[in-house]
Design a protein around this ligand. Structure first.
Ligand code: SF4
Length: 396
C-alpha cells in the first residue's frame, strides 16, 4: 500500500472507531466536505432527503471518485443495470472505506461480478411471494397478517435483496401503485389483524402518497397492528424529518421494522433519526440478514445487537440469506447462524438476542433455527443444558 493510501486509511479509521464500545455519538463517517464529489455542498442541501436521493451515486465514474474500485467491483458495475441497479446515497458514501474492498458498506451496496453467477437452488422469488398474492401489491401467507408492497423504490439498493426481482428498475420514479384492490381484500377478510407496509421502501414515497395508503389501512376496523418496513435510518436518515413524524403520528401506534446489518451502519446521524422515531412513540424492531464476510462473526453480531439496543431498536430477527439468484457469495452455512445464537444466548442480555430464521424456500414462511438445549426428554423429565454446557434435570 502506498503512503497516500495509508494516510487515507488512517484518517478513515480515526473517523470511524469501528467496534469500539459506546462510540455511537462520535462515529460519524468521513466529513463530506473532505470528499471531492461533495466538498461544495451546502449543509441545508445535505440534510434535504430529496437532495440526497437526487444526488445518489448511480454510475461508475462517480463511484470511482469515492473509492478505489477493484476489478471485481468494476466488473459488477458494468453489468448492474436494469433490475437492482446501483444507487448509493451521499450519506452512505461517507461511510464507505475508500481503500478497503472488504468494507461492509461497500460489500453491501457496490455490485461484484459474482452477483451475475446463478447457482443451483437459487430462485428469482425464493419466498414465493408472487404466488401468494391475492391482489396487486399484496402478499397473504400467514392467516392473520399481510404484506403490502407500497413501492418498488429504495434509497439505496442492497446487493443481497430478496426482492431484487422487483426493486430498483425505476430508481427515479416512485409512483405508488393504486391499492384499492388490496385494501378491499383486507377489508373483506376479517382474520387479518396485522398489516406490514413494505416494498421497496415505503419512506421513498412522498408524505401524501404514503398517508393515502396508511389512511386506507387504518380505516379497516379489524386491523389492530400496523407496521412499516424501512431501511432509511441506514441509507437515508435525512428522510426522518418533522413533517414525516407529524404525518405518521396521526396514525399511531405504528411499529417500525428497520434493517441493520453491521455496526458501521450505526452512527451519529442514524442515531438521531432513530431517536426522533423513538421519542415520538414509534417502537423500533431491527432485522438483520446474515452475510458472509460482513457480519458472520459472533463478535460483530454481538456488537451490532448491543449498539441496536443503545439506539433503542430491539433486535428482532437474523435471517439466513435467502437463495435468491446471484447471492451465493453472501450465503453462509446454516451452522454459522446457529453458532452466532449459541454465542449470544445466555452470554448477553436477552433483549440483545434475536431469533435466527430461515424463510422456508417456496413459501414456507419463517422457520426458527437455533441451538438445541433439550438433551433428552422422558416421562415427566427434561434433561437440559445451559449456555455454558452444564447439564440440569427438570422434573415436571
Ligand atoms: S432496502 Fe430492502 S427492499 Fe430495498 S434493496 Fe435493500 S433489502 Fe431490498
Amino acid at each position: 500500500m502506498n503512503h497516500t493510501a495509508t494516510a487515507e486509511r488512517l484518517k478513515y479509521q480515526l473517523a470511524l472507531p469501528f467496534l469500539a464500545a459506546n462510540h455511537l455519538v462520535r462515529r460519524t463517517g468521513i466529513d463530506y466536505h473532505d470528499m471531492e464529489l461533495f466538498k461544495d455542498v451546502n449543509p441545508l442541501d445535505w440534510e434535504d432527503w430529496h437532495w440526497q436521493v437526487k444526488n445518489r451515486i448511480c454510475a461508475k465514474a462517480e463511484l470511482a471518485k469515492i473509492i478505489n474500485l477493484t476489478k471485481e467491483e468494476e466488473d459488477g458495475m458494468k453489468r448492474a443495470s436494469g433490475k437492482l441497479a446501483l444507487a448509493i446515497t451521499p450519506h452512505l458514501a461517507t461511510l464507505m472505506d475508500p481503500v478497503d474492498p472488504n468494507c461492509p458498506i461497500r460489500r453491501q451496496f457496490v455490485p461484484l461480478g459474482a452477483e451475475f453467477q446463478v447457482t443451483p437452488h437459487e430462485m428469482s422469488d425464493p419466498c414465493a411471494e408472487d404466488r401468494d398474492s391475492p391482489a396487486p401489491g399484496l402478499v397473504h401467507r400467514y392467516p392473520d397478517r399481510v404484506l403490502l408492497l407500497a413501492t418498488e423504490c429504495c434509497a439505496a439498493y442492497c446487493r443481497h435483496c430478496t426482492r431484487r426481482r422487483m426493486v430498483g428498475d425505476k430508481p427515479h420514479v416512485c409512483a405508488p401503485t393504486k391499492f384499492d384492490e388490496a385494501l378491499e381484500y383486507i377489508k373483506s377478510n376479517r382474520k387479518i389483524r396485522d398489516v406490514l407496509i413494505s416494498g421497496g421502501d415505503p419512506f421513498m414515497l412522498e408524505n401524501d402518497e404514503l398517508e393515502e395508503i396508511i389512511k386506507g389501512v387504518r380505516a379497516i376496523s379489524h386491523v389492530e397492528f400496523l407496521r412499516i418496513g424501512t431501511r432509511v435510518p441506514v441509507s437515508l436518515p435525512q428522510r426522518i424529518n418533522e413533517d414525516l413524524i407529524k404525518m405518521l403520528k396521526k396514525y399511531s401506534p405504528i411499529w417500525l421494522s428497520i434493517h441493520f446489518n453491521h455496526p458501521k451502519e450505526i452512527n451519529k446521524r442514524t442515531k438521531s433519526a432513530c431517536d426522533m422515531l423513538s421519542d415520538n412513540g414509534f417502537p423500533l424492531g431491527s432485522q438483520t440478514v446474515l452475510l458472509k464476510g460482513i457480519n458472520d462473526k459472533p463478535y460483530i453480531m454481538r456488537r451490532l445487537m448491543h449498539e441496536l439496543l443503545e439506539i433503542r431498536a430491539r433486535p428482532y430477527y437474523i435471517y439466513q440469506c435467502d437463495p435468491v439468484k446471484g447471492t451465493a457469495h453472501f450465503r453462509t452455512p446454516v451452522a454459522v447462524g446457529i453458532n452466532i445464537i449459541e454465542k449470544l444466548r445466555g452470554h448477553t442480555s436477552g433483549y440483545a438476542v434475536p431469533t435466527y430464521v430461515i424463510d422456508g424456500p417456496g413459501g414456507g414462511g419463517k422457520i426458527p433455527v437455533g441451538p438445541n438445549y433439550v438433551l433428552s426428554q422422558a416421562k415427566g423429565k427434561y434433561v437440559l443444558r445451559n449456555y455454558r454446557g452444564k447439564i440440569y434435570t427438570y422434573i415436571e
